[in-house]
Design a protein around this ligand. Structure first.
Ligand code: ATP
Ligand code: MG
Length: 323
């Protein structure tokens, strides 16, 4: 079966023209913490849109509000024109959801997880069986269909969770941290599958704290922190707007750290230190010439272009990875 034919059955977006997901002034409070603090964003049909932010940014709370699992305190939230608060049932009929923790049934096989889920969302027995075959094929999980979920690797479980979200041929899928905890190879595989889904016309909203994931998959993204969206745009726009053009990365053996720090202080070059890596951005966003440091033992300097980590740092003063 070809990828095209496997992906047949996805609903074309025929709702009101315009954004598929609209969040306006979306707000949710837990005790005295605003987990989601009045965010506004739109996801257009066919787009892959990312919420990029560290631990506690409010990504999962946003996703859960969309799925109708967490109440909305205030603001509006619609999917294909349907109000999530008024009619989360209709929203679920056109939206696939992959939660941060897969939520697979570990007492069941791969096949049963898919088939029973299809049945639960209202497919007839024969439709559920047909769709199970299609998604197994697409995710290359057919040879594991009889395996129990607890026998699967982390990457396979994640792919099964994504496969399950596609049982109802959704128009839009919402993925909370699709590749967190996966090894690089499994992560690439998930990315590749998401890219194929996007090509087939599925709209994707994903959350992530990996800048590489956001840069690879997202047409547009929001930088989220402490319940707020700090800015929004395409990855390139965000980098152009907020990141330096060039960053020097000085990898320093522990014994030479003091010498390198002294050199940078003496030349009034500001820097950031993360473990054995010192990052330097000069004035005008261009890294200064650090060739003199090459003479220090255990020092290796390389240069890279600005990225989304730098964007986050500029916007918050903190590293994305710090959480
Ligand atoms: N059920 C809850 N009860 C109380 N506080 C909560 C609850 N769920 C989330 N929070 C708080 O809301 C804030 C946002 O949490 P959320 O899980 O949405 O963040 P996140 O961006 O998904 O983080 P992570 O990357 O760790 O998954 C955090 O301060 C969190 O402690
Ligand atoms: Mg989360």
């Amino acid at each position: 079966m070809t990828e095209e034919s496997q992906l047949n059955g996805y609903r074309q977006v025929n709702a009101t023209p315009g954004s598929l997901i609209r969040a306006e002034g979306l707000y949710r409070k837990y005790k005295n913490i605003a987990a989601v603090d009045g965010i506004t964003f739109n996801v257009e049909p066919g787009e892959t849109y990312g919420l990029l932010g560290p631990n506690g940014a409010g990504k999962t709370t946003t996703m859960r509000m969309l799925s109708g699992l967490t109440p909305v305190d205030s603001g509006t939230l619609t999917v294909a024109g349907i109000d999530v608060v008024q009619d989360s049932r209709s929203v679920r009929a056109i939206m696939g959801v992959v939660t941060q923790h897969d939520g697979l049934d570990t007492g069941l096989t791969v096949y049963q997880n898919l088939f029973l889920y299809g049945f639960l969302i209202g497919l007839s027995k024969s439709c559920a069986a047909k769709r199970t075959d299609e998604v197994l094929e697409f995710f290359n999980l057919r040879d594991r269909s009889k395996a129990n979920v607890y026998e699967l690797s982390g990457g396979m479980k994640r792919r099964l969770a994504i496969a399950r979200s596609l049982m109802g041929s959704p128009t839009v899928i919402v993925l909370d941290e699709p590749s967190t905890g996966l090894d690089p190879q499994s992560r690439n595989r998930v990315w590749e599958e998401l890219a194929i889904l996007k090509d087939s016309g599925v709209t994707v909203l994903l959350s992530t704290h990996y800048m590489e994931e956001a840069a690879t998959l997202c047409d547009r993204l929001s930088i989220m922190d402490q319940g707020k969206i700090l800015d929004e745009g395409t990855p390139d726009q965000m980098i152009l707007k907020h990141a330096p053009k060039e960053v020097a990365q000085v990898r320093v053996a522990p014994g030479s750290l003091r010498r390198v720090r002294d050199y940078l202080h003496k030349h009034e070059i500001s820097f950031r230190e993360v473990g054995a890596l010192i990052s330097v951005t000069g004035a005008e966003g261009v890294a200064p010439d650090l060739s003199e440091l090459d003479e220090v033992d255990g020092v290796r300097t390389s240069y890279r272009v600005g990225n989304l980590e730098d964007v986050f740092l500029t916007l918050t003063g903190r590293e994305l990875r710090d959480g």
